[in-house]
Design a protein around this ligand. Structure first.
Ligand code: HEC
Length: 132
């Protein structure tokens, strides 16, 4: 192959790869910040691995995304954000999320005690600090 073809080909491949990444169904992101609300890496990792699949804008779980869409969480008004955050803390504390059905099928979806504390504490602190 002629050498001068390599660069355009590499660019083409890079564009394909980027497109694929932005349209891919499961997206992950790290450390997102909006004014007033920060999702630290350890919390983001829990969300990505245990919640995001059902709670994102493209989720097949209609009920799940209607109740909570992590893609939109950072864009909500403070009052709505605080409401979602305290719901997050509630459902994790009560072992309602991730749903028992999915844990039965995929035991690795379960949260460890430490992960529960991490996400609950973050959600409660974040909800409180939104209005301080
Ligand atoms: C397998 C899919 C699935 C996973 C994984 C999942 N959820 Fe859900 N979640 C749902 C569905 C479905 C609903 C709607 C339940 C309903 O309305 O009865 C829901 C509802 C919720 C609600 C709204 C509760 C309410 O009463 O308003 C919150 C908050 C929530 N989930 C948080 C989480 C968090 C945090 C995680 C990760 C630790 C998580 N979910 C993981 C499917 C999922």
């Amino acid at each position: 192959m002629k050498k001068y073809l390599i660069i355009p080909l590499a660019l083409f491949a890079a564009i394909l790869f980027l497109n694929f990444n932005t349209t891919g169904k499961v997206q992950t992101y790290t450390s997102v910040t909006s004014p007033g609300l920060t999702i630290p890496d350890d919390v983001q990792k829990i969300i990505d691995n245990h919640c995001y699949d059902c709670h994102n804008a493209n989720s097949e779980s209609e009920k799940g995304k209607k109740k909570l869409d992590f893609d939109k969480l950072l864009k909500l008004k403070k009052s709505k954000q605080a409401g979602k955050l305290s719901k997050i803390a509630d459902v994790v504390k009560e072992d309602e999320m991730p749903p028992a059905k999915i844990i039965e099928k995929y035991p690795e979806m379960a949260l460890s005690a430490e992960q529960k504390t991490t996400i609950t504490k973050w959600a409660e602190d974040a909800a409180n600090s939104l209005f301080n």
